[in-house]
Design a protein around this ligand. Structure first.
Ligand code: FAD
Length: 613
């Protein structure tokens, strides 16, 4: 029996751990494996090496080879860069876990906190080719045999979490589930360092002291001190629906729909509306553990079909549970799924969510958020804490576009690179400036404009972003991200937070703008805020450097939204500079935030100074 043959028991325990299909089972099998092999999971530095040594199991060999290959990358320098770094990661979503793995490879001690005790999201994530390769190279197929077989380029959220959780545990990450993070505890005069306030407060991890805090708490979670930008677009109502995949032959034959945008297939959407009364902007269908659909529905058709009961200009109230007819929503989602698959999916039956209810949900994508900056350093009682954001709390993705995980992992790697610099003792302003320089690129990334050499991808941003300029933002420009002996939440990006030296830079920037717009009589640049509202100054600046791109004489000062949009579009297209905010918001905002304008115009200045006409 197993009891008599301890070697085989450890192999069986390892197999069970590798194949475990729930968060609870993964954790339980892992504990048993550790107990059986007499391994101390807290000995993070040696854990992986000892596990390999003690297990000595042919079935694990392929996995070890993969992990060893990754760990041997020169960026990790055998775990030396972060040998003294102690990290707290918040959130066991895919991005928190992916970051934790990188931090462990860098040699850091990593403690990860997750409030949930189960992974239950059926919804499916689209993977860019580099993410598939990244996960394959980490042994994803070993943990989940169906991982991206054939031409599949997606995975359910929970399967991805399971794969990453197993890897994190193997690499010595200390994972705690069922514990909620409630804020930071500042260092005490007695000499203790930064700690976290947890619920339950008696949790052992509340005594853990760390110098790096990574927040990966998802879309709604942004730690104190960080500011978010709201990107308000036109009304966009997303619906997700999961149906049971019985894995029959008939089901296998139904083709997936990897994004039928309205403009590309007008007939399909017209027929859907005529025949079913369902009016969609787009729809995606992936065949995964479930049959998964995500669509963006037009409000009027939701009202007509009785899904939304009362119209309301306020989206929150419009989609409030009391204003939604659950039964009608199920019918709407099922009808859309049936029609879009040519009624070839037989007997669609809803899969269930964590509440054992039909897994259909409606979400508001009208207003998306992104963090204004991705990092910060706080210092209290002489103890510095580096804070980084990753995943949805950094940039909220629009699900039907399927960019979430790809950009999430890019940010996880960029963040690991930042922590590496921190661990190596780089000056903190430099660390922040480099991180923010890289962050500027994130929202523009696509599979096309990122490096095609996926085999060479590492945490070093230059392996992934062609022509990345790690010093496009200078340390002096991120002074506001260094919060010393102040109070949390006082970190407003107002001009008074710009230091003396940066005020000098602001004056230089203003001079530069005045000089190059002086030719245009209709423009008077007096400051780095209000003078930019009508958009004419920005257009004049562009015309000065690139006369072929724009003609200010054709623009009307009163069309502020249009003017700004034209300028933002040119700068984004030509130089990859992300707009400060939607042109409509910029033109109508009560007070124009000088710091945002300064950061934006600094990029414009750099772009025109660095590239030939
Ligand atoms: P998440 O996956 O959201 O993980 C954050 C984790 O942090 C969670 O596990 C949460 O429990 C934990 N957490 C939060 N606050 C605390 C706290 N105070 N203490 C402890 N733990 C905390 N994307 C798509 O592309 N398609 C979809 O259909 C889709 N459906 C989604 C459905 C839901 C319900 C949600 C929430 C997200 C969905 N997404 C979808 C987004 C996608 O899940 C994310 O882009 C992806 O998981 C990466 O996110 P993340 O790791 O940053 O955060």
């Amino acid at each position: 029996t197993d009891q008599q043959n301890p070697v085989n028991l450890s192999h069986a325990l390892f197999d069970r751990f590798v194949l475990a299909g729930t968060c609870k089972d993964v954790r339980q099998n892992f504990s048993e494996l550790c107990r059986h092999l007499q391994l101390d999971a807290q000995d993070y530095r040696h854990f992986y090496g000892k596990l390999k040594e003690k297990l000595n199991y042919w079935n694990a060999k392929e996995l070890w080879e993969k992990i060893d290959k990754r760990a041997a990358h020169p960026d990790y320098d055998q775990g030396k860069p972060c040998a003294k770094t102690k990290c707290l990661v918040l959130g066991a979503g895919p991005c928190g876990l992916r970051t934790a793995i990188e931090l462990a490879l860098l040699g850091a001690q990593v403690v990860l906190l997750e409030k949930r005790t189960s992974f239950s999201r059926n919804n499916v994530l689209h993977l860019w080719p580099y993410t598939i390769r990244d996960l394959r190279n980490l042994g994803a197929k070993k943990f989940y045999g169906k991982f991206c077989s054939g031409s599949l380029d997606h995975i359910s959220i929970r399967q991805l979490q399971l794969i990453l959780l197993k890897l994190a545990l193997i690499l010595g990450v200390e994972v705690h589930t069922g514990v909620t993070y409630n804020g930071l505890v500042e260092p005490q005069a007695s000499g203790t360092g930064w700690r976290a306030l947890l619920l339950p407060d008696s949790h052992p991890a509340s005594s853990y002291q760390f110098d790096v805090f990574i927040s990966a708490g998802g879309g709604r979670f942004v730690p104190d001190g960080f500011k978010r930008k709201e990107l308000r677009g036109k009304l966009a109502i997303g619906i997700t629906a999961n149906f049971v995949n019985h894995r029959t032959k008939a089901e296998a034959q139904v083709p997936e729909i990897s994004g039928v945008a309205r403009i590309y297939n007008q007939k399909f959407f017209r027929d859907l509306q005529t025949e079913m009364g369902i009016d969609l902007e787009n729809i995606v269908y992936y065949k995964d553990d479930t049959h998964y659909f995500v669509m963006t529905a037009k409000k009027n058709s939701l009202l007509k079909k009785g899904v939304i009961m009362q119209d309301n200009a306020n989206v929150e109230q419009l989609l409030a549970p009391a204003n939604v007819n659950g039964e009608a929503l199920l019918n709407y989602a099922r009808d859309a799924a049936e029609f879009s698959t040519g009624r070839k999916l037989p007997n669609l039956e809803f899969a269930t969510n964590h509440n054992a209810e039909a897994d259909v949900a409606m979400f508001d994508f009208t207003c998306m958020h992104r963090a204004e900056y991705s990092s910060m350093v706080m210092e209290r009682k002489g103890k510095k804490l580096l804070i980084g954001l990753v995943g949805d709390c950094l940039v909220e993705p629009f699900w039907p576009l399927g960019t979430g995980i790809a950009r999430g992992f890019l940010a996880a790697f960029d963040t690991a690179w930042m922590v590496r610099s921190w661990g190596k003792g780089t000056a903190h302003m430099q660390v922040l400036a480099e991180r923010e320089s890289v962050y500027q690129l994130l929202s523009q990334t696509t599979p096309e404009n990122t490096s095609k050499n996926h085999a060479a991808y590492s945490i070093d941003p230059s392996t992934r972003y062609p022509n990345v300029n790690m010093s496009s933002i200078k340390p002096i420009q991120v002074k506001h991200l260094y919060n010393v002996e102040g109070h949390l939440n006082t970190n407003k990006s107002s001009p008074k937070n710009l230091g003396k030296a940066s005020l000098r830079r602001v004056a230089d920037l203003l001079n530069w703008c005045q000089k190059h717009t002086a030719w245009c009589k209709r423009v008077k640049v007096k400051d780095l805020s209000q003078s930019w509202r009508s958009g004419l100054a920005l257009c004049a600046l562009i015309q000065h450097f690139r006369p072929k791109l724009i003609d200010v004489s054709t623009l009307d000062e009163k069309n502020a939204v249009y003017n700004n949009q034209v300028a933002f579009d040119i700068l984004q297209k030509e130089f990859g500079i992300a707009p400060i905010m939607p042109a409509s918001d910029f033109a109508s905002s009560k007070e124009i935030d000088q710091l945002s304008v300064v950061l934006y115009l600094t990029q414009v200045h750099n772009a025109f100074s660095e590239t030939p006409k």
